[in-house]
Ligand binder design. Sequence first.
Ligand code: ADP
Ligand code: MG
Length: 363
Amino acid sequence: NFTMAILAFVAVLIISCPCALGIATPAALMVGVGKGAEAGILIRGGEYLERAQKLQKVVFDKTGTLTKGEPQVIDIIAAGKHSKGDVLGIAAAVESGSEHPLAEAVIKEAKIKKISIKKISSFESVSGKGIKAKLGNKTAAVGNRKMMDSQNLKIEKEIEYKLKSLEEEGKTVVIVSLGSEIIGLIAIADAIKEYSAEAVRELSALGIDSIMLTGDNEHTAMAIAAQAGIKNVIANVMPHEKLDAIKKLQAEGKVVAMVGDGVNDAPALAQADIGIAIGSGTDVAKETGGIVLIKDDLRDVVTAIKISKTTMKKIRQNLFWAFAYNTLAIPLAAFGYLNPIIAAAAMALSSLTVVVNSALLKT
Ligand code: ADP
Ligand code: MG
């Protein structure tokens, strides 16, 4: 009869409301993002949490990411008739125009040794290579082999030998030139962070490959990679090539995360499926990253992946519960077997189940 038809009609309308379905995903994501924040992992949006569980490759920058980024001058080698003090003094003068961590180390050492830092007249920083400046009427440069190359300076065999052996110990060596002459080397060491190796190990236990991507030379890179337990090293890359390295991995069909701290890492952070910035890094890196690790602890990369996996599991459970009530109850309601009042209770219960199930993620 008409009354029965109306009741069935109302019951169907109530029970088919997809409200639980609507909150199934955002509720779980919100709790997941909150859980991350509690652990010092800032997640900039649900999409990063959804992607993290699919990661196959994690690419790490070296300086400031795997290492502490607080380099210290360990050794100075003077060439020709120059003294160690000369080498340090000239290098410090040129580096006073740079904000690179290596520059800080050189200037700090000059201050410790109480060497007066000369005034420079103009400086030009060459990204991925080094820095040069005018010292009186001569050009002085500090940087890597590429920097010396661009100054048309040849590195003598004897100096090259010392350079390589220092690099193989994991030290970054900057070459100092004045005019047309290479006057010395400064060996700078940057210790690896306490938990870098553990993070790499935990990632590999999850079946995720770690790769090192650095602008530093391959000898130093290999030595630091060995300490971190990373086998895959891409060294000697210019800042714009970091982006290409990520693109290449993505072209192989891999889901890639980039972990970095520097201005030079920003394009790669933006290109990666997930850019993970180090909290103590530069503002540009933090602005670009989808995830920011506040504590500078690389093990949080693993934690983020674990939070992602658990959150996605919750979303699937939520979707099941959201659908279960509707699919079971719609046929009942259509044939008049479901009282509209019970239908309303079931709908409330379905939303409640989803919210409570999401909240359980907190535990
Ligand atoms: P990373 O990828 O390890 O963060 P960068 O791209 O910043 O390294 O630098 C790459 C290399 O360029 C350094 O290892 C260093 O040899 C040289 N370099 C860059 N800037 C400077 C500088 N201000 N002084 C000396 N060397 C520099
Ligand atoms: Mg860096």
